[in-house]
Design a protein around this ligand. Sequence first.
Ligand code: UD1
Ligand code: CA
Length: 506
Amino acid sequence: MTPLEPPEPAVAEGAVAAVVVLAAGQGTRMRSSTPKVLHPLGGRSMLGHVLAAAEPLGAGTTIVVVGAGRAAVEAHLAAIAPGAVPVPQEEQRGSGHAAALALDAVPELDGTVLVVNGDAPLLRPETIRALVEEHVRAGNALTVLTAEVSDPTGLGRIVRDAGGGVRAIVEERDATPTQRQIREINAGVYVGDAGRLRDALGRVGADNEQGELYLTDVLGLLVGDGVPVGGALADDPDDVLGCNDRRELAARRRTLNDRVLDRLMRDGVTVVDPQTTWVDVTVTVEADAVLEPGTQLKGRTSVATGAVIGPDTTLVDTAVDEGAGVLRSHCLGAVIGPEATVGPFSYLRPGTRLSRGTKVGAFVETKNVEIGEGSKVPHLSYVGDATIGRGANVGAATVFVNYDGIAKHHTTVGDHVRIGSDTMLVAPVTVGDGAYTAAGSVITSDVPPGAIAVARAPQRNVGGWVRRRRPGTASAEAAEAAEKRDATPGADGPDLLPRTTTSRES
Ligand code: UD1
Ligand code: CA
């Protein structure tokens, strides 16, 4: 093996024949109309995190037991893991019942099976791998993932014998006061032999405080059968934390975020304030990017080296290229080119593509627009359904009028165009290369290259109007004072305008 080759994975792909995720539970404590496993954190649903952690096993079969909120969970599954097979559990009769239904759905399946609770969003692939390795090493029929936690309230306790061998899992509600003192808990992640599991699940009873069929009882039954059973302690107790209510959801989200930020900082990203910076697990950020306070990076967002994001910026599915800056802005599905600058206070919507060195300044909204190299939209504009060439400038308060009430239309602005402030570009319309539009114009037909389009009412000054129509007001007094001053020879001030209607334009 050359040093460059990646290390041989200790668990060969396919060592685990099937992954079973238990996701049918009500999640009553969430008090939500959304099924518990669909609650999002760090860029995936709880279920999505569990499936991602099991993914590297390369199991041929993935089964997800669905019940509560079944239609929604199945739809989500089809979107994120189309290869996974949903197995319905009509009535939630316990985790043992759910696991039995899953194995019944694949009667021909044998070999090793991973069974995992759907509400363990912090589980990492390396933890699952270590569990499978231990299972294989010990030659067990069943190996359960355990953890030492400071507060085991509500969790199943691992009962070991004097020799340290795992004897049983006892749920807190059924535990004796002595058993409740145990701080080693069941993580809800199990690897076992499919045949042994099937057999033991068939023997599980409902003789417990909840009257449910407990998956956890399988362990004691197999111990009774005299087959080897073990427990593998997780390296990081955070990995095994479940999520049963909104407070736990917030805590898991925080832990997940801390892990992501730790990784980014180790990789050379500056995170100015980790407390207010939120980055999804699906995001990539290159070394020497800077994340200012209040930054949120979501979905398929990527940030290249030298880019500065924030403060107070949210990027969703947005690509930011080298050296670009995004300040106090909200961007969805945008592509921000190298050295481009955005903000403060701008809103980039899907289909926005900014080329190198472009500027989208303050209070600008863009949608479905391509802006060419070095072009600028510095202030207070709406740019929708447009192509803008290179080196163009779009004056303040310009609106690309793209919607006629029924359909959207396209505007094309050429290279080095100067769009005057407060221009309405009524699409479909084209402004040719090097053309100008006069400030305040409503452009409804194409402007040829190099022309200036002036499309506004000529100015009319009605002299003396204020004196006549607003007598006695401060404005009238100011006007009179100005007239007197200007009529006095040698006094400072502009020439008196003639009291006639004038127009600046011919
Ligand atoms: C379970 C374990 C407990 C462990 C804890 C770890 C049991 C009996 N207890 O407790 O030992 O410490 O997880 O977080 O398993 N489910 C179904 N169908 C059902 C019931 C549950 O699919 O009929 C699913 C749930 O969606 C969940 C998982 O099984 O993903 C566990 O059920 P839950 O009610 O959350 O069990 P806990 O009380 O958390
Ligand atoms: Ca749980």
